[in-house]
Design a protein around this ligand. Structure first.
Ligand SMILES: [Zn+2]
Length: 103
């Protein structure tokens, strides 16, 4: 059984049982087995470089962990400290990685 088939099975099973605990179990299983959408990845994991614009050297910091980085080095795809994806491309790479791990 593939993950997709397991999700379909769990979603179908919710409707064919009358036992509320079993319904709840299949509902939770379907949610746990469903990969995150691009929107969810963006909302939960995506960070951005915030320009803190301090004194002499322009600095940025990661919106997720506050890691400071020089503005000139802040074009990285991922935060070097917490690994948050910072660009559309990086979010895409996270989605691909997830599919590889769980697909
Ligand atoms: Zn970070």
């Amino acid at each position: 059984m593939t993950r997709e088939e397991a999700v379909k099975f769990a979603e179908h099973a919710v409707n064919i049982t009358g036992i509320s605990e079993v319904k709840e179990f299949y509902r939770m299983a379907a949610v746990a087995l469903t990969p995150p959408t691009q929107e969810q990845v963006e909302k939960v994991w995506r960070g951005e470089w915030i320009n803190t614009n301090n004194e002499v050297e322009q600095m940025c910091k990661c919106s997720k962990c506050g890691y400071p980085i020089s503005y000139f080095w802040s074009r990285t795809q991922f935060c070097p400290n917490c690994g948050a994806p910072m660009t559309d491309e990086a979010v895409g790479m996270v989605m691909e990685r997830w599919e590889e791990l769980h697909g």
